[in-house]
Write a protein that binds this ligand. Structure first.
Ligand code: 6PG
Length: 471
């Protein structure tokens, strides 16, 4: 019996996705470059073995899938994807669909699609979020492709996706690179969210002198309120964990240098290219880069010493509440930025990415999943194209939340504690709501040194100095 779908690449994500597909009753043909891994995967598949067809060659894989064949690629993003497409093409027909489910750069997805000839298979760029657990039991799936190709793979994607109150977290978000773009911004938001949580942890650790388990309990409590989310939940868990070797809190033995594979950086780069402020995401990427300067940070710590002579913050219930509320306000501003970048890219590329749907398929399955995304989806219903900070429900929240965020950022600054993402979020909010900004001075400077011209508040047209009276 032929398989319904194929999957190439049995790394952690691919293997789990294949098991998820099999568990949902679809027969899946699998291939991995290292043949032994394919057999091992099959041997380990237990009850699901009868839904899995291990294949040793790509030709074998193609033969074992019922035409027209959908084939998921779950290989390392970059050259490996191009190599797989080239190797696979000779065995595929026009109606087959290659689905790149890796963390591709959307520019590559657009290029790959453009490189396919009229008789080549179709290509779909699909963002998948949720890590290992999500891949196995239900990820969030962000698809870029044609409605025809999505219609053909929709049943299996709906079946394997996460469900939020019964609703599938898989959707077609636009053509060609739209799915991978949305996944990139998801990761940018993920970076900002994680960074803001880490900043709050830093304030609790260094500003209030709390131990990891005490901080963990605070996060655990927050997880029952408006901050309820997967990232807060796992932060509480990692803070409660103990290192087996030393008996110390696990977080205390982990080197404070964050890795990054590139998607957060891409989100910041795309925001810059579009001219859309995504300062909280940029700050989160930069904070990871600073974290990696382990040796230099030691030198700087020695050079500057404790400038504030161990100034501690006041530990009271009001400040803990401000941290909770401030973190939520920071999140609102950071998510607003991420959605603005998606709206901008959607316009630029003519994608028509539905923002409410995007928020809806992020409510479950993905790394940033939260009840907060349900509120974002509701805010976008009927008011697509508007900054989240202008949605009435969020205006109300930010009116009070911004005061907490301000307190947190100010207190942290006075105690010498870095809050790059939280303060970027606050500054974005304050800049965004400032009717009379300060760019009048920039315009004057530009005109002074380069005759770039400026507009006036009181007259139409383009104007220049004279600045000669001050020369
Ligand atoms: C997801 C994640 C995932 C990403 C990791 C690691 O949505 O499941 O975003 O795709 O690869 O989070 O990313 P970094 O190594 O860049 O932190």
């Amino acid at each position: 019996q032929q398989a319904d779908i194929g999957l190439i690449g049995l790394g952690v994500m691919g293997a789990n996705l294949a098991l998820n597909i099999a568990e949902n009753g679809y027969r899946v043909a699998v291939f991995n470059r290292t043949v032994a891994k394919t057999h091992q995967f099959y041997e380990d598949a237990g009850d699901l073995k009868d839904k899995i067809v291990p294949c040793e060659t790509l030709e074998d894989l193609a033969k074992n899938i019922r035409a027209p064949r959908p084939i998921i690629l779950m290989v390392k993003a970059g050259e490996a994807v191009d190599e797989q497409i080239a190797a696979l093409k000779p065995f595929l027909a026009k109606d087959d669909i290659i689905i790149d489910a890796g963390n591709a750069n959307f520019h590559d997805t657009v290029r790959r699609l453009a490189a396919l000839g009229p008789n080549d298979p179709t290509f779909v760029g699909m963002g998948v979020s949720g890590g290992e657990e999500g891949a196995r039991h239900g990820p969030s799936i962000m698809v870029g492709g044609t409605p025809e190709s999505y219609a053909r793979i929709e049943p299996v994607l709906t079946a394997i996706s996460a469900k939020y109150k019964g609703e599938s977290c898989s959707a077609l978000l636009g053509p060609d690179g739209a799915g991978h773009f949305v996944k990139t911004i998801h990761n940018g938001i993920e970076y900002a969210d994680m960074q803001m949580i880490a900043e709050v942890y830093g304030i609790l650790r260094d500003g209030l002198g709390l131990a990891p388990d005490a901080i963990g309990r605070i996060f655990e409590k927050w997880n029952e309120g408006p901050l309820n989310s997967y990232l807060i939940e796992i932060t509480a868990k990692v803070l409660a964990a103990t290192d087996k070797d030393t008996g110390k809190p696990a977080v205390d033995v982990i080197l404070d240098s964050a890795g990054q594979k590139g998607t957060g950086r891409w989100a910041a780069i795309e925001a810059q290219m579009l001219g859309i402020p995504a300062t909280a995401i940029e700050a989160a990427v930069a904070a990871r880069s600073i974290s990696s300067l382990v040796g230099e940070r030691k030198l700087a710590a020695d050079a500057y010493g404790d400038l504030l002579a161990g100034r501690k913050l006041v530990h009271d219930a009001a400040f803990i509440d401000a941290l909770e509320d401030g973190l939520l306000a920071g999140k609102i501003a950071a998510y607003a930025q991420g959605f603005e970048v998606m709206a901008g890219a959607s316009k630029e590329n003519g994608w028509n990415v539905p923002l409410a749907t995007t928020a809806r398929i992020w409510r479950a399955g993905c790394i940033i999943r939260s009840q907060f995304l349900d509120e974002i989806a509701a805010a976008f219903e009927g008011s697509e194209g508007k900054n989240l900070l202008l949605a009435p429900a969020f205006v109300e929240r930010m009116k009070t939340g911004s005061a907490s965020l301000r307190k947190v950022v100010a207190e942290a600054a006075l105690a010498g504690l870095p809050t790059p993402a939280l303060s970027a979020a606050l500054n974005y909010f304050d800049g965004y709501r400032q009717q009379r900004g300060t760019a009048n001075v920039i315009q004057a400077q530009r005109d002074f040194f380069g005759a770039h011209g400026f507009k006036r508040l009181d007259q139409d047209g383009d104007f220049h100095g004279p600045w000669s009276d001050v020369d």
